[in-house]
Write a protein that binds this ligand. Structure first.
Ligand SMILES: Cc1cc2nc3c(=O)[nH]c(=O)nc-3n(C[C@H](O)[C@H](O)[C@H](O)COP(=O)(O)OP(=O)(O)OC[C@H]3O[C@@H](n4cnc5c(N)ncnc54)[C@H](O)[C@@H]3O)c2cc1C
Length: 223
């Protein structure tokens, strides 16, 4: 029995795609940029996209202190975060079996608010994941900016993953039946890629894009 596996996180449909490997979860969370975070407010679920990063056994989220979502999270409201990386498009021989390759995680729990140096460290973790290399170049947040920000940690305690990879799983009849058996089928890998950096109008002449942007571009290209 895996700790994260509860009745609420047991994958039911296509359970062969389920994963409860913590290392696989960490890999997904370290690659993802966006989580969709849901809370219930007066019987109505609201799910919003947010930047995310993993720090140890937590997912770090941050936002405005005026945000309903962030306030509810900091108050310890029951939350659900899903994180998805799309890995490919699957071209099967039927509409029914056509699908996507992906890694997806669902995390249930109650977040806790972060403060002081712990919060600053979490904000740096977010920056390092979303904008690698940037933190050391930029102005740190002021006291006023910190007061306008809520940062929370959602613990990785109750979670599940679903992973879909590889070739289509066609109906065996379609593999033997014309015209379906003669068409191309397979999968097309999909990657999120960074393009060339575009300087804003305030960059002084002669200031080049930092090396961490070039480095990231080549990492994406080699993916
Ligand atoms: C890729 C991405 C990354 C983001 N990262 C962050 C982040 O790290 N931190 C952060 O605070 N915010 C982030 N946002 C914005 C975030 O989705 C919310 O818009 C924001 O947090 C406002 O929250 P709120 O509690 O004030 O909104 P609410 O008061 O809950 O919003 C009121 C209503 O506005 C509408 N609404 C709000 N946000 C959206 C939205 N994104 N799309 C469509 N309708 C919306 C909905 O109808 C909602 O019911 C990100 C958005 C995107 C797309």
């Amino acid at each position: 029995m895996v700790d994260s596996l509860t009745d609420r996180t047991r994958v039911r449909r296509l359970s062969d795609k389920a994963s409860y490997e913590r290392s696989a979860l960490d890999q997904l969370l370290d690659e993802a940029l966006v989580a969709h975070v849901g809370i219930v407010d007066t019987d109505q679920p609201f799910v919003l996209p947010m930047g995310c990063a993993r720090r140890g056994d937590d997912v770090i989220l941050h936002g405005s202190s005026g945000s309903r979502l962030m306030r509810r999270l900091a108050d310890g409201a029951a939350a659900c975060a899903t994180v998805t990386v799309l890995d490919g498009l699957v071209y099967a021989r039927s509409a029914f079996e056509s699908s996507m390759n992906y890694r997806s995680a669902l995390i249930l729990g109650c977040a806790r608010g972060l403060h002081g140096d712990d919060e600053l460290d979490a904000l740096r973790t977010l920056s390092d994941q979303l904008l690698p290399g940037r933190w050391d170049d930029i102005r740190p947040p002021t006291t006023k900016e910190r007061a306008a920000t809520i940062t929370v940690a959602l613990p990785l305690e109750e979670w599940s993953m679903k992973v879909s990879t590889g070739a289509p799983e066609d109906d065996p009849d379609d593999l033997d039946t014309e015209p379906w058996r003669s068409i191309w089928a397979g999968h097309v890998p999909v990657h999120l890629a960074r393009s060339n950096p575009i300087a804003d109008d305030h960059v002084p002449t002669g200031v080049a894009a930092p090396s961490y942007l070039t480095h990231h571009r080549s990492r994406s290209a080699n993916h």
